[in-house]
Structure formats: C-alpha cells, structure tokens
Ligand binder design. Structure first.
Ligand code: FAD
Length: 290
C-alpha cells in the first residue's frame, strides 16, 4: 500500500490554507488501493478530503487522511445522464458539460469543491442543491467493498446527506439546455459570487449555517453576524470578512486556534445579542495534542 511521503503539510489541501499532519496521509492511485486503505484504517479514524473547501484542519489530526488527488478522473455522459468520479472539480465538470448542452448545476459555479464533497454535504445555493440531481452513487463501504446506493435510499438535508463510506462515483440526471444559456447562467452566478464573496482571500465559504424554521423561512447567519457589528473582527491572522460577515478569512498566516477562537467569539456575541446559537456549516476536525 502506497503512502504519500511528499506531503509536508495538509494546509495545501484546505482552501483556508490551514492544516498540519496526520498519522498517515494516503493518496491512492487506484480503486483497489483505496479499498484496501479503507478496509484497514476506517476503524482507526479515517478522514476523506476532496476539495477541502469545508474542512478546518488542526495541526495534528488524530487519525489518517485520504486525498483524492491521484485517483483517475472519470466522466461519462449518456444523454443527460452524467456519471462522474468524486474527485472531479465542479468547475472542470461544468466546463466539460457546457458544450454538450448539458446543464443544471450552474448554481455551483465558482465553488472550489469536488463532486464527492459536494454530494456528501448536499451543497447548494439560491434554493437549489446537488442532491435533487442524484440518481445513484457508488461508494466504498467500511469493509472496503464497492456498492451502489440509489437516490431513494439517500436522505438529503440542509448541507447534509446520510451517504455512508467513501463516495467513489456519482450518477446525476441533468437537463438539456443550450450552451449559450448555460454560459449566461454561469457568468451571472460567478458575477454574483465575485460581488458578494471575498474570493481573493483563503476561506471555507460560509462558516455558519443559515437558520430555517419549520415553515421554511430563512434567516441569514451573515446578516445576524453583521447586525452584531462583527465585520472586521480579528483574532491573530483570522478575520470576519468586511464584504460577507459569514466568511472567516485567513488574512495573515491564521492558525487553527485563531479560526476556532474567532468562531466562538462570533457564536457567543450572536447568542448574547440575539438569542440565536449559530451552528457551524464548516466541519471542524478535532486535533490531537503533540
Ligand atoms: C469560496 C467558497 C464558496 C462556497 N460556496 C458554497 C455554496 O454556495 N454552497 C455550499 O453548499 N457550499 C459552499 N462552500 C462550502 C463547500 O464548498 C461545500 O461544503 C462543498 O460541498 C465541500 O466540498 P469539498 O470537495 O471541498 O469537500 P471537503 O471540504 O474536502 O469535505 C467536506 C466533507 O465531505 C467529505 N468528503 C469529501 N470527499 C468525499 C468522498 N469522496 N466521499 C465521502 N465523503 C467525502 C469530507 O470527509 C468532509 O466530511 C463554499 C466554500 C468556499 C471556499
């Protein structure tokens, strides 16, 4: 089993550019290798990293890590049915599908994520989420065996899914849309993100979940944080973005502790001023003392 020895730090695999080491950092090149790693290491705490755009990684991870960087990238289209490997970056997928007049996922344009992570998190924007396009997924279970799970057995929630194991491949039912229309949608979404998000500084996107009540009414976490006057609040190298209050950005060599302390400060301030306890959307991986 190949272990990746050249990866000094995991910071390069998280979009906020924070992260340290782990017991083992695996970057398998084949499915067989990946199956063996999962079978052997799942019981000893194994973290899967895709695009790393939703993961806050500690200096030392208590367990091992699997990266998807060396796995083969697969894309197969039959009409509007698209089967794609989990390590495909969403931007590359959208660019591949556009000239084939296959669309539907433009709302995800501009997100620095891979398909596996997007599906696991049921990522979404502007009222749409990727789960609604899923026909089936191919996963590697904890025994290291590959199995298919169809959409009927999957529960997608707000930024959650109950898909077990490692997502290897995803089959999506997309829409036939003219390439020009797709491109227009694509540009509109990118323009909107560029206007409202601090995309030139490392971050994990929205740090806290928006609130949704039983009637489906939404309260923006960003607005609550903004209303509490927290824009620009800084701890170490981590700051609450001035352009979008729900983004914690790494402006100067921020550490894991800087970000977690700032997130507690935000939570406590919002709780004290509004009575609302914000729940992180970002996954904060617990570390181990060295
Ligand atoms: C600039 C920016 C903008 C963003 N905008 C949005 C947005 O509009 N909407 C939104 O929903 N999110 C957004 N995000 C957050 C993030 O992109 C999503 O949560 C996304 O789903 C994470 O995908 P990823 O590949 O980066 O996953 P990672 O961060 O690598 O992992 C996320 C979770 O998925 C698991 N995982 C990853 N790959 C696999 C796999 N193959 N099999 C099983 N589990 C896996 C990980 O273990 C982890 O639990 C944004 C982030 C950034 C930085």
């Amino acid at each position: 089993m190949e272990k990746e020895n050249n990866l000094q730090t995991l910071a390069q695999y998280s979009t906020i550019q924070i992260g340290g080491t782990a017991d083992n950092i695996f970057a398998p090149a084949t499915r067989d290798e990946l199956c063996s790693i999962i079978k052997e290491y799942t019981s000893r705490n194994l973290l899967f990293i895709g695009g790393g755009s939703n993961l806050l990684l500690p200096p030392v991870i208590d367990g091992s890590v699997v990266l998807d960087v060396n796995l083969p990238r697969v894309l197969d289209c039959v009409g509007t049915q698209v089967t794609v490997s989990s390590n495909y970056p969403i931007g590359s997928l959208l660019r591949q599908l556009m000239p084939q007049n296959i669309g539907g996922l433009e709302f995800l344009a501009g997100i620095p994520a891979h398909i596996g992570g997007l599906v696991k998190m049921n990522a979404g924007a502007w009222g749409e989420s990727i789960g609604q396009f899923i026909s089936s997924v191919l996963v590697i279970n904890n025994e290291g065996e590959i199995e298919e799970i169809t959409a009927e057995s999957i529960e997608f929630g707000y930024r959650t899914s109950n898909i077990p194991g490692y997502i290897l491949e995803v089959t999506l039912e997309l829409k036939e849309i003219g390439a020009n229309e797709i491109e227009q949608r694509f540009r509109k979404i990118l323009a909107h993100r560029n206007e409202s998000h601090p995309l030139d500084t490392p971050s994990l996107g929205c740090f806290f979940k928006n609130l949704v009540d039983d009637e489906g009414n939404k309260t923006s976490a960003g607005k609550l944080i903004d209303d509490c006057g927290l824009k620009g609040t800084r701890i170490g190298g981590a700051t609450v973005s001035n352009s979008h209050a729900n983004f914690i950005i790494n402006i100067q060599n921020a550490t894991y502790e800087d970000v977690t302390e700032l997130s507690y400060l935000i939570q406590n301030t919002v709780l004290n001023q509004t009575g609302v306890l914000l729940e992180p959307e970002v996954i904060i991986i617990q570390g181990r003392e060295v």
